[in-house]
Every structure is written in structure tokens, then in C-alpha cells.
Write a protein that binds this ligand. Structure first.
Ligand code: FES
Length: 501
């Protein structure tokens, strides 16, 4: 079973589950960094908020992230500049820097114990050849007045040919920050509920959110769920990917803090350091594949461990985990009111979600308070950018179309339940229907339809996370069918075991 260092080490929250029916001005679905920061800002402004979290606060992608905050972007600023223009890339960097500043202010104001510190960000190349990515990023960063410097060695034992350093970025324990901030939200204006999964949103005169133990009726709703719940045209412009991480406890060596990214295209790696008590860790993150489209999910952990041991004196790999992200078609997130009136989105953060999550909260706070926000137009959720999106749009949606072909008869992972090992799942064809069948460690079978409840793609078994992952829009389900994340509202449909078996 995987577990992230952040979720394992941050203090837990203990908010109640919803029990009954409530009315409010704004309902927020999702208790990650976007939802909690938005709830904090909106409650501070006097708005009445109800926040519903399906599991526990920061128990989703926020707690599985890197804990890095930076003005730069995963895709590189020079890439945004070439897709859009210089001014857009500069605004991206400025807006993201503002979000990092807000995190620092909140940490200081509320004395949130989350190991926040300002650190440099590095992008490095190990190749001896001239690396154009580094050159272009140095130019771009200098254009946006970021404190940039060219280097030829790093303060960690990684041999590099050339590198770029940008001072003044930041790191923290994201789960500790979000849980700490949740405790500081003005409770007269905001009620938080954990273990309160929303199954359905009904548009009546107002919006009615249903959970199994009550409803919330709201004038406006923020879907702070990483990707919007339900069916939206925008999902054709959001592409779900997974990435892997390990926290390696070091036997020796104590390295300076920093965010270290390499320019390797095949297996891009990001490194960072972290100390817990007397223990020093190096976190290595990397690997990359589309959700539900991998034969051997666990192999990524081996590659990350190999990378860690190549550079550092590793004692043991104490934590392993993976996380999901959604790439936007035109390179920028979608933040603001959706095509559904009064429903607000914040999605398409790629792997830059902590900073974009806070930025989304700032933008939504202004929008819902009828104030102008200088970044609203840049990230507008309803924008249509065919020229900037076409290449990704065609490639990714052809990929989605291909996934539907997995439903043709005869295509299954196994012909009988007997082929499934304990602790594993396989898609089995039963009476012309695809079943997602999981055999637990005690040998008991759990059978459900393999048809994703979002839009009918066939799910795939993820052997690293023991989950059923949908290759179309990234919904994920537990081995026994309950929703973990993604746009699906409902669990996989249960099936009774085939008596013939
Ligand atoms: Fe859309 Fe599964 S997530 S079909």
C-alpha cells in the first residue's frame, strides 16, 4: 500500500460528517488546498460557506503533492511564451508569485507549523550537449524579472553540465499547511464536514448537493475537486496523468533545501530535501503516464529508487506514493464560472497544483465578492482557444476514443476468476459484459461492472495503488468500487459472482 510522507506526518483534523439539511450562500466541494484556501478567504470576507470533503482534509491530491511552491511552471515559462506570448507568460509568473506570497502570509499570521521556507528553484541538465531548454528558460525568467542565475554545479551530489537557479521560491508540508489553515477558518461563517461525499448536484432554483447523510442548498458552488465532478465539455480539454514519488531516508549527508528539476524528457525527475526530527530525506518524483494506460504501474518506484541511490547514501525508502494531475489543452488552468451558471471551477493545474490551487482561491474569492481580479481573464474557465489547443486536443481525444474500443467483445485481461492472484484485480468478460474483479488478500472476490460510471469507458487495474483507473477522464475507484477521485459521482455497479465460477 502506498502512503505519502505529508499525509503520514501532518496532524489530523477531526471535522464531523454532514448530518441533516443545510442552506448556505456558497458550497465548496473538496478539502484540498484550493477548497480550504477559498473557504478561508471567503469566510474572512463575510460569506457563509459550507465545505464538504468526501474523505479527510488534505486526504486527496494535495497530500500527495511535492510540497513545492514556485512562480515557474512544469511546462516551462518559455513554452507558455511561445504558445501564448511574452506578456501572458510574465503574468503567469507574477500571478503565481503572488500566490506563494499569500501562503507565506497565512503561515506567519496563524503560525501554521508546516515547515514553510523560502528556497531556490533549480533546473538542471546532465547532458554534456548544449541544452536549449536551460538557455530559453534563463532568458524567459530574466524577462519576468525573476532573480535568475546560471550555474554549472548544484549543492546536491548530482553532476550537471548547466543549470539555472531562481531564488525566493518555497517549500512546505502541504498537508500540514492545509489542515492547519482549516482549523483557523472563521467557524461562524464556515462549516466544514469531512467524510461527506457529494453524490449528486441538482439544479433547482438554487443548487442542491446530496450526500448520503444530508443535503446542502447553495446559491453558488465551487468544485474544488481537482477536475470538475459530472459531465462538462471542458473535460475534452483536460488530460489526466499520474506521477510517482518516494521519500528516501538518508544514512548520511545533509543537503541544502531546494527544488531541483532535471530537463530529462523520458523520465523527468524532481528532487527535494526534507527533514523530520533528526531524519533527513530526499524526495524523488518522476515517471509519467496517462491514467489507466500502463501495464506495470509499480515499475516507476524501482526507477525512482535507482535514481535516489545513484546520487545519495540512502538508508531506506520509507514512503512511496503516486498522484494525479490534469494537463490543460492550451497550457493554462481553467479558473472561474463554468458553462453551468453559478458553478465555479478550478482545474487543469498540470503538476503545478499547489501554487495554482492558492491562486484559484484568490481569484474565486474576488469573483464571488464581485471584485475585479487582475488574473481572472488570463485563466477564464469558459475561454475557447482552438489554435493553442488543437494539437493536444486532437491527440488526446483520439487517445480517449481508442479507450472505448476496449469494450469490444473478447478483449479482457483474464478469461476466468481463477487467473486472478490474491491482492490483484483483472477485467474479466462475463456473459458479454466486462467485470472489474478484485480478489482480496483472503481470497474473497469483489465483482463490479468495469464500465466507468462517468461516461462508460472500461477501467484498468492499477497494481501500485490497488485501484480501478479510468483511461478516459481519470476517474479512479477503490478495488471494491467506491469513487476515489475524478469526474465520476457514483461507484462502480456491483455484480453478483457468476454462479458458474
Ligand atoms: Fe470519464 Fe471514466 S472518467 S469515462
Amino acid at each position: 500500500m502506498t502512503r505519502s510522507i505529508w499525509k503520514s506526518t501532518a496532524p489530523k483534523t477531526n471535522f464531523p460528517a454532514l448530518n441533516g439539511n443545510l442552506e448556505t450562500e456558497i458550497a465548496i466541494i473538496g478539502g484540498g488546498i484550493t477548497g480550504i484556501t477559498a473557504a478561508y478567504l471567503l469566510a474572512r470576507s463575510g460569506k457563509k460557506i459550507v465545505l464538504l470533503e468526501a474523505g479527510t482534509i488534505s486526504g486527496g491530491t494535495t497530500g500527495d503533492s511535492t510540497g513545492n511552491l514556485y512562480a515557474m511552471v512544469d511546462k516551462r515559462l518559455h513554452h507558455i511564451q511561445s504558445k501564448w506570448d511574452k506578456e501572458t507568460a510574465a503574468r503567469v509568473a507574477r500571478s503565481r508569485a503572488q500566490a506563494v506570497n499569500l501562503v507565506e502570509e497565512l503561515v506567519n499570521e496563524h503560525k501554521i507549523d508546516c515547515s514553510f521556507k523560502r528556497v531556490p528553484w533549480y533546473l538542471f541538465s546532465e547532458t554534456d550537449k548544449k541544452d536549449k531548454t536551460i538557455e530559453k528558460e534563463i532568458d524567459a525568467a530574466a524577462n519576468y524579472n525573476l532573480p535568475v542565475e546560471e550555474l554549472h554545479e548544484l549543492p546536491i551530489p548530482v553532476k550537471v553540465s548547466t543549470a539555472i537557479k531562481v531564488e525566493g521560491q518555497a517549500q512546505f508540508n502541504p498537508a500540514a499547511f492545509v489542515r492547519g489553515l482549516a482549523e483557523k477558518i472563521d467557524s461562524t461563517n464556515c462549516q466544514i464536514f469531512e467524510n461527506s461525499e457529494v453524490h449528486h448536484i441538482e439544479k433547482e432554483e438554487e443548487l442542491v448537493l446530496s450526500t448520503s447523510s444530508g443535503t446542502v442548498t447553495a446559491k453558488k458552488v465551487i468544485l474544488a475537486t481537482h477536475t470538475p465532478k459530472g459531465i462538462y465539455g471542458l473535460q475534452t480539454a483536460l488530460y489526466p496523468y499520474r506521477e510517482y514519488a518516494i521519500a528516501a531516508k538518508l544514512r548520511s549527508g545533509n543537503f541544502p533545501d531546494g527544488i531541483y528539476w532535471d530537463t530529462e524528457a523520458d523520465f523527468h525527475t524532481s528532487l527535494r530535501t526534507y527533514s523530520k526530527g533528526n531524519d533527513n530525506y530526499v524526495l524523488v518524483l518522476g515517471g509519467h503516464h496517462k491514467v489507466g494506460q500502463e501495464d506495470d504501474y509499480s515499475r516507476f518506484f524501482g526507477k525512482l529508487e535507482q535514481n535516489a541511490r545513484r546520487y545519495f547514501d540512502v538508508d531506506e525508502i520509507e514512503y512511496k506514493w503516486s498522484a494525479q494531475h490534469y494537463k490543460p489543452a492550451d497550457g493554462l488552468p481553467y479558473i472561474g464560472e463554468s458553462s453551468d451558471e453559478n458553478i465555479y471551477l478550478a482545474t487543469g493545474f498540470s503538476t503545478d497544483g499547489l501554487t495554482y490551487g492558492v491562486l484559484s482561491a484568490m481569484i474565486l474569492n474576488d469573483q464571488l465578492n464581485d471584485r475585479k481580479n487582475e488574473w481572472s481573464d488570463l485563466y477564464k474557465a469558459s475561454r475557447f482557444t482552438p489554435i493553442k489547443s488543437t494539437k493536444n486536443f486532437i491527440r488526446e481525444n483520439l487517445n480517449v476514443a481508442k479507450q472505448y474500443l476496449k469494450d469490444i467483445p473478447g478483449k479482457a485481461d483474464a478469461e476466468s476468476f481463477k487467473e486472478i492472484a490474491a491482492g490483484q484485480g483483472k477485467v474479466v468478460e462475463v456473459d458479454d459484459e466486462k467485470w472489474a474483479v478484485y480478489k482480496d488478500e483472503s481470497g474473497q472476490l469483489h465483482c463490479q461492472s468495469a464500465v466507468c460510471t462517468h461516461m462508460d469507458c472500461i477501467v484498468d487495474w492499477n497494481d501500485a495503488e490497488k485501484s480501478w483507473d479510468c483511461p478516459c477522464h481519470g476517474s479512479r475507484f477503490e478495488a471494491t468500487g467506491q469513487v476515489i477521485e475524478g469526474p465520476a459521482f457514483s461507484p462502480l455497479d456491483k455484480r453478483n459472482m457468476n454462479p458458474k465460477e
